[in-house]
Design a protein around this ligand. Structure first.
Ligand code: DGP
Ligand code: NA
Ligand code: NA
Length: 213
């Protein structure tokens, strides 16, 4: 049932949503679920704070450094570019990726500061396009109530409201939207179904496409 034939490739699945929407815990659960079914899968996240660029991003987010809005935007994008070839090789080897945030965060967060949305999209062009984007939808007020924010730069209600507006502009028919106010188990159940369908549909070896060309 889940045997791969020779040209099977992994699925690129992205979880998006406001801070505290539950992406990180759901991605852990998805990985265990898919592994349990015998589907090779890895959990990734952006920003990847372990690289040299990622350390600059991390310092910015924790307010240890100040950077021009355009500069930090390009660093977030560079952080995705530096993982692109490994991402492609991993998918081609048949391993699926559950990715916590991607280019949509890049555009939504920077546009929310007032940068031009097309300017924000430009450096993302040519990155691998996800097979599936799942948006965990939660009103900013509800997210803010969830055990409080951690105190990083963007974790403020007024700013998250702006981010939510830009996510809405970016969403298209290919996005699956899950109501993240439901009990965690219900969110998990819906996610598992959508994600498993996607993993199976990528096993026919259809090629990976690119973002926003
Ligand atoms: P996280 O590690 O998922 O909590 O993300 C850290 C914060 O950075 C979070 O508030 C979302 C924001 N963020 C993630 N990706 C990007 C991006 O590409 N550009 C900008 N400006 N912000 C981002
Ligand atoms: Na965060
Ligand atoms: Na997160």
């Amino acid at each position: 049932e889940n045997n791969h034939h020779s040209d099977a490739r992994g699925a690129l699945i992205v979880l998006e949503g406001l801070d505290r929407s539950g992406k990180t815990s759901q991605s852990g659960r998805l990985v265990s679920y898919l592994n349990g079914l015998g589907h090779p899968v890895e959990s990734w996240r952006f920003p990847d704070r372990d690289t040299a660029v990622g350390k600059m991003i991390s310092a910015y987010l924790s307010n240890e450094s100040q950077l021009d809005d355009h500069t930090i935007h390009l660093l977030f994008s560079a952080n995705r570019w530096e993982k692109r070839s490994l991402m492609e090789a991993t998918l081609k080897s048949g391993t699926s990726l559950i990715v916590d945030r991607y280019s949509y965060s890049g555009v939504a967060f920077s546009s929310a500061k007032g940068l031009d949305i097309e300017w924000c999209k430009a450096p993302e062009v040519g990155l691998l396009a996800p097979d599936l984007v799942v948006y965990l939808d939660i009103p900013p007020e509800k997210a803010a109530e969830r055990g409080g924010y951690g105190g990083e730069r963007y974790e403020k209600l007024e700013f998250q409201k702006n981010v939510a507006q830009y996510y809405k502009k970016l969403s298209d028919a290919s996005w699956k939207i899950i109501d993240a106010c439901q009990p965690m188990e219900d969110v998990e159940k819906q996610l598992k179904e959508i994600v498993l369908d996607c993993v199976k549909s990528c096993q026919n070896g259809k090629s990976v496409s690119q973002l926003w060309l």
